[in-house]
Design a binder for this molecule. Structure first.
Ligand code: AMP
Length: 591
């Protein structure tokens, strides 16, 4: 496919915010592309070149990209900078200037770019390393820009600087495939959830049809999408949901890790399928030593522990380990304990369709345990009192609460799915909202006075799984220290977009819209019905949604969570219901 053809689709995608229309455009695009191209296109459309676990990202500094632009056209540097500032987007800025320069002539050097050669060059750019790498990258980019039309340049520049932002998510691509092949999305989702590789799924579907997708298998080295938990706050309800019996496990407050072992090679993937291996040399070492099998995929929670006392420390401490440099030193200063809770594959045996008891037995067989390299603490429970008591123990031991898991034969590992096979159970106080919510930033308001020049308030959203959208739930302006506001303003800068992103549902208009990218932990006093916010709109009362009253930032940046991992609208509804119940119970006692 010519790159210019792909660009036509991109322009159409950009011109609409209607999800259905976008889906139709994607269907048309994937129908037209051959299998190989379709795979590459699916990565590029998401603004990447590979599945996340490969760990190579596009993100050339704008300054360098502009250097490449100046190599192919003699546009004045100041003018270029001014245009980028004015447009707020390197893509359209360069497009405008190139269009002026090239008037009449479509490209400087002529020739046609294809999807494959644009992809190949971009890939080379990401891979160049060593001395002189920067110059080589700039030259490669200049080379391709010389053959690009102004419109093509727009998207090439956005891609290479890591700012594609078409409003298309992986789920939008899966939706389009299900329409293209006339099958339920779940048929396609399985292949995606066990590989996290959208390009692979699209390519196989295009070349071997839907039946071909069943040939896609889980593999060591490919991150599996994690299974997620629902939440309830009542022990009785939890047991009812689980048919009267469950395995209550400590819910450790750390970072989820998916450990892949292949002989001596250890790979560590985050909850978002990023490759975080290099940050954890200590974890690699202990896994090499203490996992006794040839190959496997296991899951654990890594928790910061006190160097002296060995006691578990709060989640924040682990953030010291998110770094590129001085990793060895950080590993010594901030050691972690690993608490294993699942096995997805061991020595070639796929375990995800087996029951939890079977998986846990297999898991225990391959771990050589010690105090800080061990199975999660767990207790089989059948009555609410025992469950409540175990929750108190978990909290006393420094955990957040419990995850109570289904123990029946149907308790498979549902990759990429949030469901009732696992239920979160955290501490709650009477009628007050104590549970925190992990919310996504969708907009920002400029600060005034001391906060001028920075964002002072953020518009936050919960994730609505049913529609794959982010629904506004509160405006938060407290709990931020000065450094937080500084940091957040910087963090959000690359994600500012000129209009409401298509996956955002909000009636409140912030000063700037933010592409859903960051998750912050928020606590509030209670959840209330709201005429303004769109979370759960119409679910509990006509024309009303839910909002958080007196929201505050807790200080926790949930960098480990992707926006789709935010607290869901369903969870908020559940929290609202249990809050109502507690208030009613409180009243009952008072009378
Ligand atoms: P949340 O992040 O609040 O949605 O809670 C789910 C997370 O709890 C998982 O993604 C894990 O990172 C973490 N977790 C801690 N302990 C366990 C456990 N015993 N079983 C499963 N997940 C756990």
């Amino acid at each position: 496919m010519d790159f210019s053809r792909l660009v036509e689709f991109y322009e159409r995608l950009e011109s609409t915010t209607k999800r259905l229309e976008m889906r139709e455009i994607l269907v048309e695009l994937f129908r037209e592309a051959d299998p190989e191209e379709a795979g590459l296109i699916s990565y590029m459309t998401l603004g990447t070149l590979h599945p996340p676990y490969i760990g190579i990202e596009l993100g050339m500094a704008e300054k360098l990209a502009l250097r490449a632009v100046r190599m192919v056209t003699d546009v004045d540097e100041d003018r270029l900078d001014r245009e980028v500032k004015a447009k707020g987007d390197i893509g359209t800025a360069v497009e405008t200037l190139l269009a002026e320069k090239k008037s009449g002539q479509t490209t400087l050097l002529g020739g046609r770019l294809t999807v494959q050669n644009v992809y190949a060059i971009l890939e080379r750019i990401t891979k160049v390393t060593g001395e002189g790498a920067v110059d080589v990258k700039v030259k490669l980019l200049a080379g391709i820009l010389a053959h690009a039309s102004p419109k093509e340049a727009r998207y090439i520049l956005r891609l290479v600087t890591g700012k594609m932002r078409l409003g298309v998510a992986d789920q939008s691509i899966l939706d389009a495939l299900s329409v293209l092949y006339g099958v339920e999305k779940s048929v396609i989702e399985r292949a995606y959830n066990i590989t996290s590789d959208i390009g692979l799924v699209v390519k196989v579907a295009k070349s071997a049809g839907i039946e071909g997708l069943s040939s896609i298998r889980m593999a060591v080295g490919r991150a599996v999408k994690p299974m997620l938990a629902e939440r309830l706050s009542d022990s009785r309800e939890i047991l009812e949901k689980l048919g009267g019996r469950g395995l209550a496990e400590y819910k450790y407050d750390g970072e989820r890790m998916q450990i892949h072992k292949d002989g001596e090679r250890i790979l560590i993937f985050s909850r978002r399928q990023e490759n975080i291996t290099s940050q954890y040399p200590d974890v690699q070492g202990s896994c090499r030593e203490r996992i006794i099998c040839k190959s496997c995929i296991l899951e654990c929670e890594a928790v910061a522990v006190d160097r002296e006392t060995g006691q578990m420390l709060p989640f924040q401490e682990l953030m010291h380990r998110r770094r590129k440099y001085d990793v060895e030193k950080a590993a010594k200063h901030y050691p972690v304990g690993l608490f294993f809770f699942d096995a997805l594959m061991i020595d070639g045996e796929e375990l995800i369709d087996r029951s939890l008891s079977y998986r846990r037995k297999k898991l225990s067989e391959v771990l050589e345990q010690n105090e800080h390299f061990t199975l999660t603490r767990a207790l089989e429970v059948t009555d609410p009192d025992t469950l409540e008591n175990f929750l108190l123990h978990a909290i006393e031991d420094g955990c957040e609460g419990l995850i109570v898991k289904d123990l029946s034969e149907k308790s498979i590992y549902r990759a990429g799915a949030r469901g009732w096979l696992w239920i979160k159970y955290k501490r709650s106080y009477v009628s007050k909202l104590v549970d925190t919510l992990d919310l996504t930033v969708i907009g920002a308001f400029y600060g005034t006075g001391k906060r001028a020049g920075r964002y002072g308030t953020l518009l936050m959203a919960a994730y609505d799984q049913a529609t794959d959208t982010f629904k506004s739930i509160c405006k938060v302006g407290t709990g931020f220290k000065d450094e937080d506001l500084e940091r957040i303003t910087e963090m959000l800068k690359p994600y500012v977009v000129p209009k409401r992103p298509p996956r955002v549902d909000s009636e409140m208009e912030p000063d700037v819209w933010i592409q859903p990218s960051f998750v912050l932990e928020i606590i509030g006093d209670e959840i209330t019905l709201s005429p303004i916010h769109t979370a759960a709109r119409g679910l509990l009362q006509r024309n009303a949604g839910l909002a958080i009253r007196f929201p505050r930032f807790t200080g926790k940046y949930r960098l480990d969570k992707s926006p789709e991992d935010s607290t869901t609208v369903e969870e908020v509804v559940e929290m609202y219901r249990s809050q109502l119940k507690r208030v009613e119970e409180g009243r009952g006692e008072a009378t």
